[in-house]
Design a protein around this ligand. Structure first.
Ligand code: GLA
Length: 730
């Protein structure tokens, strides 16, 4: 009885509050975009607009929040509810679904209050919603970054029911569009085949992009999408929304076109096998959904995201990056102290900043000779590296380069001392035969003890060897044998709590070692979301370093990431292509090498040394500047991209002939982003020794206007040829 009274009183209070706020309009805006939300007469919150920024505040109240109502013509309550609950009068996919203590599965959320506050780079809007019948609260967060034209949004769910509730849907947000047509571009992936772009028109019904890999989370689908509004996605024109979810685990994007042709976009953690038990007062925070709306195609949308990521999201987003020599493609597991010391000298000779030691340096009882054993035992293999990490950092110091090291701390090989000691730390079924991905198991990061252990992998290395300057943090397996010995009868929490455990570790590493740069790697590029990248300075795009394939992979990643986040190495993949072509492709991103330099001829080595020096010279354009994708490899047999420094004094053009057809029509490449009134000297760089520039008018001076309107003839008919052009203001 007392309870009933409380619930009724609570409900009345909510409705009263909602009525008091009737018609309240909440405006979330950047310099170019408005997202307008409105409290309707029923006290619930609806989206009344998402699009190009509106000029007059007065117009906001006229926005038709409820004309999206039923196709029978009646004005029903069916509008675009901002965080639609399950079991209401809305017939399409909801944002939230939970089962209350009494078994009732419905949720109706009413507006309670909202506020705004300034945060780094923008304004945060916080909106509180509450169910009128159950003590369930949802808080919606939106951070709008005006200059970069990016909005980041997430939600929090909590309750004060007596016992845990079961959450079965928990979207980050919901967005709606009312357009004639919607064209989705998605980014499918696999090992060595990351970020393959494909497009389709969305038809009535749902299109879902999701993964259920647990860890190595984006191996099959990357957490990014683009939707062309009214027309297919285009690089240079048209309206497009570009979105990504910051979640290093199972995600799901739902795109639903309803009966009247409206589109709803629901970014969320994938609820697959994840009916989440949420305790009273525990806060369930959804991942951040980050999006930009561009009126000038994906080129401008990408530039928004690049700028935003460098300014606010990426670890050390404004700092420099280290060029490096890695040993994985060169030595694999076969190295010793002398070989490594030799490579450090080579790194110095090449002109890069760092030597990066890859897999194979640890394990004693079960040495890591190949990928069958040793993961989990993070102690140097004594007979392979008798001087330990200390001898390696000493050797690096002597050679004059920094030293970085590979780890894969979230994993364990069953053949390891760690597994012998703590079999219950690995995710696996208690009663079934195990199956493996790359001979390993995933450690159960939902368990705080395991989190401590994983943190200590990094902490031990760094506290014993403060000279270690860099980590490559790998994650080669999806979650297999999906059962947490720690969570016992709460297996629905595993996929989610595991990811939160990973973040707890990453957070601790960043807090205690804020200045150590780190590469995020996952059997190539299967982990590169914007949440993980709060803790990592960069990521490995792909094990596929064939330059032809890399052109496509990097083109894909560049849609969402600035080049300073994307690691690209020159290797021996596709030896049919020249070292110049391979290096010119890697030079578009954060440059590194992973090749035996002794394999190279004198000329090739000299070429690489020059290319490293040139890359460093153009860092302010490539790493900090603005990127313009000029010619798509998906639409031609070529590719071109240029970067311009912020002050427009320095630019660099990369142009590639992939597989041109015989006598095909070659077009001049029009540079973008220059100062039309400045004069620029144009010169081909990255030339093999003793070869002449093939650029017509090499060394000549042109106006920015000319270069942008007439362009340069940089394409040719050769197979896998490249040209790098320096463009310097005079
Ligand atoms: C993954 C990475 C590679 C390399 C190996 C080592 O596949 O993507 O770059 O580090 O692991 O085992």
């Amino acid at each position: 009885m007392k309870n009933l009274f409380l619930v009724t009183a609570f409900a009345c209070l909510s409705i009263l509050q909602a009525n008091a706020n009737e018609q309240k309009i909440i405006r979330i805006s950047t310099d170019n975009t408005d997202l307008i939300l409105q409290v309707a007469e029923n006290g619930r919150l609806y989206q009344s607009y998402l699009g190009e920024k509106l000029l007059h505040e007065n117009d906001l109240k006229n926005l038709p929040w409820d004309i999206h109502a039923g196709s029978d013509g009646s004005v029903t309550r069916r509008g675009w509810e901002v965080y639609s609950g399950s079991g209401n009068e809305e017939y399409f996919e909801p944002a939230i679904a939970l089962t209350h203590n009494d078994g009732n599965p419905s949720t109706y959320l009413y507006y309670v209050s909202s506020s705004t506050q300034a945060v780094e780079g923008g304004t945060q809007t916080t909106i509180n919603l509450r169910d009128d019948k159950y003590p369930v609260d949802v808080t919606l967060y939106y951070v709008a970054y005006p200059k970069e034209n990016v909005i980041k949004t997430w939600s929090e769910i909590k309750h004060q029911e007596k016992k845990p509730v079961i959450l079965s849907k928990y979207a980050s947000t919901m967005l709606y569009f009312n357009r004639t047509k919607y064209y989705l571009t998605e980014f499918s992936s696999d090992w060595a085949k990351e970020m393959q772009m494909s497009s389709q028109q969305l038809q009535p019904g749902k299109k879902i992009l999701d993964t259920k890999l647990g860890s190595r989370a984006a191996m099959h689908i990357q957490p990014f999408f683009e939707i062309g509004l009214d027309q297919p996605v285009n690089e240079h024109q048209g309206e497009v929304i570009m979105g990504t979810i910051g979640w290093t685990g199972n995600f799901r994007f739902t795109f639903e076109v309803d009966n009247v042709g409206n589109l709803r976009i629901i970014p969320a953690i994938n609820p697959y096998a994840s009916a989440y038990e949420l305790k009273p007062d525990e806060v369930f925070t959804t991942p951040e959904f980050i999006f930009t709306l561009s009126n000038e195609g994906t080129g401008s949308g990408s530039r928004n995201l690049h700028e935003w990521a460098r300014n606010y999201q990426l670890k050390d987003g404004k700092g420099n990056r280290l060029t490096l020599l890695n040993n994985w493609e060169n030595t694999g597991f076969n190295f010793n102290q002398e070989i490594l010391a030799d490579l450090m000298t080579e790194a110095k000779h090449l002109g890069v900043d760092m030597f990066l030691l890859d897999d194979g340096w640890f394990g004693n009882k079960y040495p890591r000779k190949d990928d069958h054993a040793g993961l989990g035992d993070w102690e140097v293999t004594h007979d392979k590296l008798p001087g330990g990490i200390k001898a390696l950092t000493d050797a690096a110091k002597e050679a004059g380069v920094k030293f970085g090291i590979w780890i894969e701390p979230e994993m364990v090989n069953p053949k390891s001392e760690l597994f012998e000691k703590h079999p219950d730390w690995a995710i696996h079924y208690p009663n079934r035969e195990m199956y493996f991905y790359r001979n390993q198991l995933v450690l159960d990061l939902s368990n705080p003890k395991v989190q401590d252990y994983v943190y200590q992998v990094v902490d031990n290395i760094l506290s014993e060897n403060p000279e270690v300057a860099y980590f490559k943090w790998d994650c080669n397996s999806p979650i297999t044998n999906i059962y947490s010995p720690y969570l016992k009868d709460k297996q629905g929490n595993l996929y989610i709590d595991h990811v939160r455990g990973v973040y707890n570790v990453m957070k601790r590493v960043k807090e205690n070692y804020p200045n150590v740069p780190m590469m995020l790697c996952s059997g190539g590029g299967a982990r590169c979301d914007y949440e993980a990248l709060k803790y990592f300075t960069e990521f490995w795009c792909s094990d596929n370093t064939d330059p032809v394939e890399r052109i496509f992979i990097q083109w894909g990643f560049s849609q969402f990431f600035p080049s300073k986040a994307m690691c690209a190495h020159v290797t021996s993949w596709n030896r049919n292509t020249s070292i110049k072509f391979r290096t010119d492709v890697a030079s578009m991103c954060k440059l590194g090498f992973d090749i035996g330099l002794k394999e190279l001829s004198q000329d090739e080595l000299k070429y690489c040394q020059d290319a490293v020096a040139n890359w460093k010279k153009f860092q302010s354009a490539i790493m900090e500047g603005t990127q313009y994708r000029l010619v798509s490899p998906y639409e031609s047999n070529h590719m071109a991209v240029n970067y311009v420094s912020k002050d427009k004094k320095q630019a660099i053009l990369f142009a590639y002939d992939i597989h041109p057809r015989y006598q095909e029509k070659l077009m001049a490449v029009k540079i973008q982003g220059l100062d039309p009134n400045a004069m620029y000297k144009v010169e081909e760089i990255n030339l093999m020794p003793n070869t002449n520039a093939s650029l017509r008018n090499n060394g000549k001076i042109f106006s920015g206007d000319y270069l942008m309107k007439v362009g340069l003839d940089v394409f040719g008919f050769g197979q896998t040829q490249s040209h790098v052009i320096s463009i310097i203001a005079q």
